[in-house]
Design a protein around this ligand. Structure first.
Ligand SMILES: C[S@@+](CC[C@H](N)C(=O)[O-])C[C@H]1O[C@@H](n2cnc3c(N)ncnc32)[C@H](O)[C@@H]1O
Length: 356
C-alpha cells in the first residue's frame, strides 16, 4: 500500500453545508434563478469534483456562490453587467465589507447635484424621494472603489428590485401593489438592509475567483474542470427577454453610462441584446456551439421540460462531444402570472451531465 497521499485539489466543503450557505445568499427575484434547486446542484457538482468551475450564465449569482461555497475557484460570466457586479461583490470579493460609515456615506447627503434618474424616470418608477436617493447614492458610490463599490452597487440594485412590484420593469404603474412591506419601504432604508445582507454573504474561500461580463462564446476557455450552463430557456411561444424585464437594474448598475435607452418606449427600456438561446430557430446551434467550446470540461446543463428543444434532442447534441451523458430530472413547480391570477405549472427541471 502506498503511503503517498495525493494532494487535495481543493478544500472541499460538503454539499449539504455548501447548499445551506448558498440558501442565505441575498435573494434577487430573477427569471430562471436556481435558488430552489441548490441542493440538487450541490449534489451534482459534488459528484464531479475538480477545482476550477465556470458559471457561464450567472444571473442572480447564486450558483456561482454555491460553487465558491464548495471550494471551487469560480469564473462567473453573464452578458449583462449587473450579474457580474453582484458576482464581484460576493464571489470575487473575499474580505471587504461595507462599514457603518460607508453605509452612512451612501445614504447621507449627495456629493454632487446629479439628477439623471430623478428626471429621466419621473413618474415612472418609485417615489420622487426614492429617485432623488438613487442619484444621491450614486454620487457617493462614485467615490468608492474595489469590493466596497461592488457591494454598494449590488445593494442598490437589490433595493430597486425588491421595491419594484414583481421585481420586473415591464410596467410603470402600481397595478401589482399588494401592500407588502418591500413595496413601501423607502429605498434609503432598503439600501441599509440590503447592504447588511450582502455584507453577511462575504467570506474567504481561499481560492481565486473572477467575474467577467460577455457573450458566452467569448469566455476565454482556460480548461475549467466543471462548466455549468444555465442559458435562457427558449420558450415555445412568448419571449424570455432579460433586458425587457431588468433594464432598470442593468442601467442602475452602471448609472446608465454607455447604455442606449429606447426613448420612445413607455418603460424607457434599454436596447435588447440578441441571444441565440432565446429562439426556436437558433437554440440548437447555440447549444451545440457551446458544448463544442467546452468539450474538454465536464458540462452540467440546466434545462426545462417546458422549453425547446426536448430532452432527446439535447442529449443527442451533448453526446456529440461527450461519451457519457446522464440526465437527472427534478420535479419543479413554476409560478407564473400575476398575483391575482397566480397559476402553477408542474414541469421537470433537467440536469444534463456530460463527461468524457
Ligand atoms: C436562466 S438565467 C441564469 C440564472 C442563474 N443561474 C441564477 O440562478 O440566477 C440566464 C442568464 O443568461 C444570460 N445570457 C443570455 N444570453 C447570454 C449569452 N449569449 N451569453 C452570456 N450570457 C447570456 C442572461 O442575462 C441571464 O442572466
Amino acid at each position: 500500500m502506498s503511503l503517498l497521499v495525493p494532494e487535495p485539489t481543493r478544500e472541499t466543503t460538503d454539499p449539504v453545508s455548501a447548499a445551506a450557505r448558498a440558501e442565505g445568499f441575498p435573494r434577487l427575484r430573477y427569471m430562471g434563478s436556481k435558488y430552489k434547486l441548490l441542493p440538487h446542484l450541490a449534489a451534482a457538482f459534488d459528484g464531479i469534483g475538480g477545482s476550477t468551475a465556470l458559471d457561464a450564465f450567472s444571473g442572480s449569482g447564486v450558483v456561482s456562490y454555491l460553487l465558491k461555497s464548495m471550494g471551487y475557484a469560480v469564473t462567473s460570466n453573464d452578458f449583462l453587467n449587473f450579474p457580474s457586479i453582484i458576482a464581484r461583490a460576493t464571489v470575487v470579493n473575499q474580505h471587504e465589507r461595507l462599514t457603518e460609515e460607508d453605509i452612512e456615506a451612501v445614504t447621507g447627503p449627495a456629493a454632487d447635484d446629479r439628477d439623471f434618474i430623478r428626471t429621466k424616470f419621473s413618474g415612472m418608477y418609485f417615489t420622487e424621494e426614492d429617485r432623488v436617493f438613487l442619484d444621491s447614492a450614486w454620487s457617493n458610490i462614485d467615490r468608492m472603489t474595489g469590493g466596497k463599490r461592488d457591494l454598494a452597487i449590488a445593494a442598490l440594485v437589490l433595493s430597486a428590485a425588491r421595491k419594484q412590484p414583481r421585481g420586473v420593469f415591464t410596467f410603470t404603474d402600481l397595478r401589482y401593489d399588494d401592500g407588502r412591506r418591500d413595496l413601501h419601504l423607502p429605498l434609503r432604508d432598503h439600501f441599509r438592509e440590503r447592504a447588511a445582507e450582502y455584507n453577511a454573504a462575504v467570506f474567504d474561500s481561499c481560492t481565486g475567483c473572477e467575474a467577467i461580463s460577455g457573450e458566452v462564446f467569448d469566455v476565454p476557455d482556460t480548461g475549467f474542470d466543471l462548466v455549468y450552463l444555465d442559458p435562457p430557456y427558449a420558450p415555445p411561444k412568448d419571449d424570455n427577454c432579460y433586458v425587457k424585464r431588468y433594464h432598470f437594474l442593468e442601467g442602475l448598475s452602471v448609472y446608465w453610462r454607455g447604455q442606449e435607452i429606447m426613448e420612445n418606449t413607455k418603460t424607457k427600456k434599454l436596447v435588447k441584446k440578441f441571444t441565440p438561446f432565446s429562439y426556436k430557430r437558433t437554440i440548437e446551434d447555440a447549444l451545440s456551439r457551446t458544448f463544442e467550446k467546452f468539450s474538454e470540461s465536464t458540462i452540467v446543463l440546466s434545462y426545462s421540460s417546458n422549453a425547446v428543444p426536448d430532452l432527446d434532442t439535447i442529449t443527442a447534441l451533448l453526446r456529440e462531444v461527450k461519451s457519457d451523458v446522464e440526465v437527472v430530472s427534478i420535479d419543479h413547480t413554476y409560478s407564473f402570472g400575476t398575483h391575482a391570477t397566480a397559476a402553477r405549472r408542474a414541469a421537470s427541471e433537467y440536469l444534463f451531465i456530460g463527461r468524457s
